[in-house]
Design a protein around this ligand. Structure first.
Ligand SMILES: NC(=O)c1ccc[n+]([C@@H]2O[C@H](COP(=O)([O-])OP(=O)(O)OC[C@H]3O[C@@H](n4cnc5c(N)ncnc54)[C@H](O)[C@@H]3O)[C@@H](O)[C@H]2O)c1
Length: 265
């Protein structure tokens, strides 16, 4: 899983899964663009990579702003001359909308819905749209999107997130079948519950952390590095025949029907 001479652009790379992936690409020889809406954390991760002897450039881009997305891809090519890997990963709900995020369908807040679809899905399409002509001209590339098990099944009270992630899964498949002939592969990862600031915020709800762990056959949360390893594989030449896949990495959470066991031991 080497990325020597390859340019890898990671969105939401200032924290969690994106941070781990950006560091992973750099450790394996890739030149990395660390993109995030949070300039400080992007600079921090880029600095960490450089301090370890890698090559990284921080680019501030807000996935809610289409012009930022186009500029992020253009600046990547300006800086490093090419774009081999795009990891569409950024997502987060701004503090002002967070308390409206949990809602049953009939109570869906329009601003939460619009923001979720733009940042989590439309931005992925816009970044992909900007990257495809570049990859095609270069003779190939790999796109890895961060979807979720929440894009395969529903969670009670966050349907906007479920719909957005389901969109990412099928955007991945559509891109895969249309661009396979140009040597561009597109896959997504479907993480379960991963120990990042995004998940930790939900753990302020009493009992939610324990209930989450109890639902996972492995009995623990995933680590960001464990998701990065899957992204790195899918982006690498080792996955040369893999495209259009939605790769579940969830400690066994979705391998079960949900019907309780009759065993007591
Ligand atoms: N943590 C989990 O359990 C889990 C499970 C399934 C899927 N995911 C997905 O993984 C991805 C990464 O999440 P994470 O858990 O690492 O969270 P995180 O909060 O640790 O990292 C997300 C990063 O995205 C950035 N970001 C947020 N809004 C942005 C915007 N508008 N423009 C650009 N950057 C923005 C944040 O600043 C942050 O650095 C997300 O797509 C998330 O939906 C996470």
């Amino acid at each position: 899983m080497r990325f020597d001479a390859k340019v890898c652009l990671v969105t939401g790379a200032g924290s969690g899964i994106g941070r781990a992936t950006a560091i992973g690409f750099a450790q394996r020889g890739g030149k990395v663009v660390v993109s995030d809406v949070n300039g400080n954390s992007a600079e921090e991760v880029a600095g960490e990579i450089a301090a370890a002897g890698g090559t990284a450039k921080a680019i501030v881009a807000d996935m809610a702003i289409p012009a930022d997305i186009a500029a992020m891809v253009a600046r990547t090519v300006q800086e490093f001359g090419r774009l081999d890997v795009l990891h569409n990963n950024a997502f987060g709900v701004p503090a002002a909308l967070r308390d409206k995020r949990l809602a049953r369908v009939a109570d869906t807040d329009q601003a939460v819905w619009d923001y979720t679809i733009q940042v989590g899905l439309t931005a992925v399409m816009q970044a992909t749209k900007a990257a495809l002509p570049i990859m095609r001209q270069q003779g190939g590339g790999a796109i890895v999107n961060t979807a979720s098990i929440s894009g395969l099944f529903a969670d009670y009270g966050i349907t906007s997130y479920n719909v957005m992630k389901a969109g990412v899964v099928n955007l991945t498949r559509g891109t895969a079948i249309e661009y396979a002939r140009y040597n561009i592969r597109c896959n997504c990862i479907c993480p379960g519950a991963i120990d990042t600031p995004l998940l930790q915020r939900s753990f302020s709800i009493p009992g939610f952390a324990d209930a989450t762990r109890a639902a996972i056959p492995m009995g623990r949360l995933g680590r960001p590095e464990e998701m990065a390893n899957v992204v790195l594989f899918l982006a690498s030449d080792l996955a040369s025949y893999v495209t259009g896949a939605a790769f579940v990495a969830d400690g066994g959470l979705t391998a079960q029907t949900g019907i309780p066991t009759r065993f007591t031991d």
